[in-house]
Design a protein around this ligand. Sequence first.
Ligand code: CA
Length: 241
Amino acid sequence: MKSSRLLIVEDEPTLLETLKYNLERQGYDVVTASDGVQALSTAREEKPELVILDVMLPGLDGFEVCRILRQEMSLPILMLTAKDEEVEKIVGLEVGADDYLTKPFSMRELLARVRAHLRRVRLLREELGSSGQGIHESPNGGVAFTFDDLVIDESRREIRRDGGVLALKPKEFELLLFLARNRGIALGRSLILERVWGWDFDGGSRTVDVHIRWLREKIEVDPASPSRILTIRGIGYRFDG
Ligand code: CA
């Protein structure tokens, strides 16, 4: 089996070397970056399966890098922090990392977390794959998600249903892509608003509801009783595929 590629982002050279050494010894294919800007370009080029990301970095910090990566790709992000106060922010909706370790941490603990996250992602992909569904990498690096008759093609920026291309507004596309990347997870309206419309958007969460209604009209068999995009009372929505 191909070894998993990991990206380590850390500006302390000694820690970076130690992490790289230990992860390579476990058979991982390791790429590294020592600042936030480099982290983004390396992630885009190397397409790692998991990122270990330090919070305090020169230039763009780990929070910012995490937010950007979250919008561009779907992969586990494990953050490293020196301060307990940052933990809430790291795992909160604002940054949305999958996990964190507080420095100093044990290498054994780090390796265990890395293994667990990679296993989780692999199981999810297998689950999608075995049901004839799947996430497929396209030649230019984008992915296409297939859910029965529905294909969400990120690289072509198009949604197909029963082979026909659906006419979607740009935000409808972004919204559906975000939902698909987080399949099976209940997503709050404010989180959706932030990730799809951005921080500077003035409109309220009604915007999300309106776009969900439009999407349902296009992708649901019966928009009045949806089976793909479910309403989660008191929270928001969940895409079930
Ligand atoms: Ca640092």
